[in-house]
Design a protein around this ligand. Structure first.
Ligand code: URA
Length: 230
């Protein structure tokens, strides 16, 4: 494979930028500066760029992040820092968030570059459950349990929400498990019963729980068993 194509695949550089950094002498192949974008590399080649060793290893990447407030779950944002700023990984531009959280929501965020895996988690057809800890402005009435189990109408939606499980943990605190991921779904569900979410934290996706050893802003790779859950 050509060195410029390899660099472009393994980084956030475009093909022409990759060619430029190679010609500038910023890329080292097996300990030697190579300035020809068309230079041929193989499986054994060790390529260094920007202080990182890159390889032809094409395995997908999977991470869980404990998202803090104030970070946006998108690859680019003009106004806020994105969750990708928390990752110390090469080619973060090749990664995507698997099911976004709002700017002010904390908790479990999955990040990957495996589109099919992500689809199994986010597509409504797969009914992958997401569990949230919710703090509310006003006390939650017991009736909310059956209302959410039956489904509620969200503003500007024609269909009811799918059956959701609500556990009351305190006067103004609950755990809610939903099978879908409509825009601001949890906040809108509570708004539909006249309450307001004042704190929201995602604890679990499917049977994968947020690793309690991760502090806010920390992340780790998923294990093979965790990846295989979806
Ligand atoms: N529902 C919301 O309202 N916000 C989130 O961040 C996630 C689910």
């Amino acid at each position: 494979m050509r060195l410029d194509k390899f660099l472009c695949d393994c980084s956030d550089l475009t093909r022409s930028l990759a060619g430029r950094v190679i010609r500038r002498g910023e890329v080292i192949v097996d300990g030697i500066v190579v300035k020809q974008p068309a230079f041929h590399i193989n499986e054994q080649s060790q390529i260094e760029f920007d202080g990182v060793t890159l390889s032809l290893d094409r395995r997908n990447r999977y991470f869980m992040l404990h998202k803090p407030e104030g970070y946006v779950c998108s690859n680019e944002d003009p106004d806020h820092t994105t969750v990708f700023a928390l990752l110390d990984e090469p080619a973060v531009g090749k990664l995507h968030v698997v099911g976004r959280l709002d700017l002010d929501t904390t908790g479990l965020v999955l990040i990957s570059d495996d589109g099919q895996w992500s689809h199994r988690i986010t597509s409504p057809r797969h009914e992958c459950a997401k569990t949230y800890r919710v703090w509310l402005a006003d006390p939650v009435h017991q009736d909310a349990i059956s209302l959410f189990a039956d489904g509620v109408f969200l503003r500007n939606e024609t269909d009811k929400t799918r059956p959701a499980k609500l556990e009351l943990l305190g006067e103004c605190e609950a755990r809610l498990t939903i099978q879908e991921g409509k825009y601001h779904q949890v906040k809108r569900m509570f708004a539909s019963i006249g309450n307001k979410v004042v704190g929201l934290h995602r604890e679990q996706i499917g049977s994968l729980m947020l690793d309690e050893t991760l502090e806010l802003g920390e992340y780790r790779e998923l294990t093979a068993e965790e990846i295989a859950l979806f």
